[in-house]
Design a protein around this ligand. Structure first.
Ligand code: DGL
Length: 270
């Protein structure tokens, strides 16, 4: 009855952590493509091919349903995968929609026309590739009108987090928030549009100021998955075991993951 969770590296563990708390009885198979992170500077074909390879590995591990806990893959590859690649008996879901639904005060599957919502000025922090895709703006435009989005491509931040260089990561967050504020001095909400960034959430919040509501995906995705599985219990796959797979060095990745999650996590080679 396993579900797969995929990310280019460690960031998807923020989603894994929330899902494991929300659905403690569901075995989760995590796949971190650490050998190929960051995805955010790769072109769309490259992200598509790497993401498909990872998802196939998760299907082999008995997960019929895979969550792309990676905005870059959700932006650059998911639509193409859904249109032409995913077999009928499998599902691959992304991480944008639950967040946009929360921000636009919608329930799951509410497809009514776009309307005015509580937020007006939204700061989006994401990888260069996610920002270039404009996928957030597209999903938002389906649901809301009158929302001004200013995007900041946070170059270097995923690399610093993957390397465990938190001093550099903090400096980069402050620099990217400053750059955003020069373009939009008073955002009323901020989206952490990369699953690595919640690992720096306190630094983002401090740099943005206490009045800015910061949206991050982990809990929203976990709640949405729980709801999805109630409606589609047949999508729980055959897998029975919780596992952590990586294309990187399992020992190094396990140490970083343990540091971030504050509980021991053992990765094995994918
Ligand atoms: N966690 C991925 C995301 O949500 C990071 C992408 C990357 O590897 O650059 O976008």
């Amino acid at each position: 009855m396993a579900v797969g969770i995929f990310d280019s590296g460690l960031g998807g563990l923020t989603v894994w952590d929330a899902v494991s708390k929300q659905l403690p009885d569901v075995p989760l198979v995590y796949f971190g493509d650490n050998a190929h992170a960051p995805y955010g500077v790769r072109d769309a074909d490259d992200v598509y091919n790497l993401t498909c390879a990872a998802v196939e590995r998760l299907w082999d591990a008995g997960c019929d349903l895979v969550i792309l806990a990676c905005n870059t893959a959700s932006a650059a590859a998911l639509r193409r995968m859904q249109e032409s690649w995913i077999p009928r008996d499998k599902r691959v879901l992304g991480v944008f929609v639950p967040l946009i639904e929360a921000m636009t005060e919608r329930q799951w599957g509410d497809n009514s026309p776009p309307r005015e919502v509580g937020v007006r000025h939204v700061a989006l922090f994401a990888t260069p590739s996610t920002v270039a895709s404009r996928a957030f703006q597209r999903e938002l435009a389906f649901r809301a009108i009158g929302v001004d989005v200013e995007a900041q491509a946070c170059g270097g931040l995923v690399d610093a987090i993957e390397d465990g260089d938190m001093i550099l990561a903090e400096a980069l967050v402050r620099g990217h928030v400053d750059a955003l504020k020069r373009k939009m001095p008073e955002p009323d909400a901020a989206i952490l549009g990369c699953t690595h960034y919640p690992l720096m959430q306190e630094v983002f919040q401090a740099a943005l100021g206490g009045d800015v509501q910061v949206y991050s995906q982990a809990n929203l995705v976990a709640a949405s998955l729980s709801d999805y599985l109630k409606r589609h219990p047949n999508m729980l796959g055959k897998g029975q075991d919780t596992m952590f797979l990586t294309t990187g060095d399992p020992r190094k990745v396990s140490d970083r993951a343990t540091q971030f999650l504050r509980r021991r996590v053992e990765f094995i080679s994918a």
